[in-house]
Design a protein around this ligand. Structure first.
Ligand code: ADP
Ligand code: ADP
Length: 228
């Protein structure tokens, strides 16, 4: 079933138009990748989904309901969780406390201990560092923490904004493997925005290519990889 559908979305920053008639959909259980150069409009698309930017025209539907005019808080409450660019963890709080903050965001407070264990199984390095302040972690570990914290909110739809940014290829591959694992095991639907097209297309099911605020191409990731 369709979890997200954008129809003819136009978004602006003041007078500057950033998105032009964006059509995009995600089915439950998919990994969708949105790729494109810096400034193409990828982050704006994610922010329009989570209500930080409001579409001026067109519609955003989530699980069949129109969320175009809803506030970010309300959208989070419905199960859409964003890991913004730049891995915004709480540097003063320990790894464990960061994860507790994620659990604080969830609607269903049961099963937290089990999900915590699952997060630590996914990212063993975080289990090792659970009592250290988040600020002491390496860039890759902080990105892992940002993802694990979002998972503790038990999102139905997880939005990831350039998780590869500034990280070594080996670390990126490790993180992408885990994203794929979460999708398979926990069934979390994933919307992955990436400049690193090659790696993102390897884990995605379908992809969209964006240029100058417009979707210029969409196909299965296999097909997009072959055509690159
Ligand atoms: P991407 O994520 O693909 O790098 P963005 O969505 O961040 O692209 O940016 C799309 C366009 O919107 C760019 O031209 C960018 O300069 C512009 N833009 C992004 N954020 C703002 C903002 N806060 N104010 C004005 N223009 C912005
Ligand atoms: P169940 O319906 O029995 O909870 P799930 O298929 O939802 O099973 O989850 C399977 C495993 O994945 C469980 O160990 C669960 O703790 C973990 N899990 C599922 N979703 C998440 C999530 N969003 N964050 C962390 N762990 C999760």
């Amino acid at each position: 079933s369709r979890i997200l559908e954008l129809t003819k979305v136009n978004s602006f920053y003041g007078n500057i138009q950033a998105l032009y008639d964006v059509d995009l959909h995600i089915d439950t259980g998919e990994i969708i990748t949105l790729i494109g150069a810096n400034g193409a409009g990828k982050s704006t698309t994610l922010m329009t989904v989570c209500g930080v930017v409001q579409a001026r025209s067109g519609s955003v539907e989530y699980q069949g309901l129109d969320i175009t005019k809803e506030s970010p808080n309300k959208i989070v409450g419905q199960g859409i969780c964003q890991v913004p660019e730049g891995r915004l963890i709480f540097p003063e709080l320990t790894v464990q406390e960061n994860l507790d903050m994620g659990a604080f965001m969830r609607n269903d407070k049961s099963g937290i201990a089990r999900d915590l264990e699952y997060s630590y199984d996914l990212f063993p390095i975080l289990a090792e560092r659970r009592r250290q302040p988040g600020g002491n972690l390496s860039g890759g570990e902080q990105q892992m923490l940002a993802i694990a914290r979002a998972l503790m909110a038990r999102p139905k739809l997880l939005l990831l904004d350039e998780p590869s940014m500034g990280l070594a290829p080996l670390v990126v591959r490790q993180i992408f493997d885990i994203i794929q694992k979460v999708n398979r095991e926990a069934g979390t639907t994933i919307f992955l925005v990436e400049q690193n097209a090659n790696l993102a297309l390897k884990i995605g099911h379908r992809g969209y290519v964006m240029e100058n605020g417009r979707i210029v191409l969409t196909d299965t990731c296999d097909k997009l990889l072959a055509d690159e």
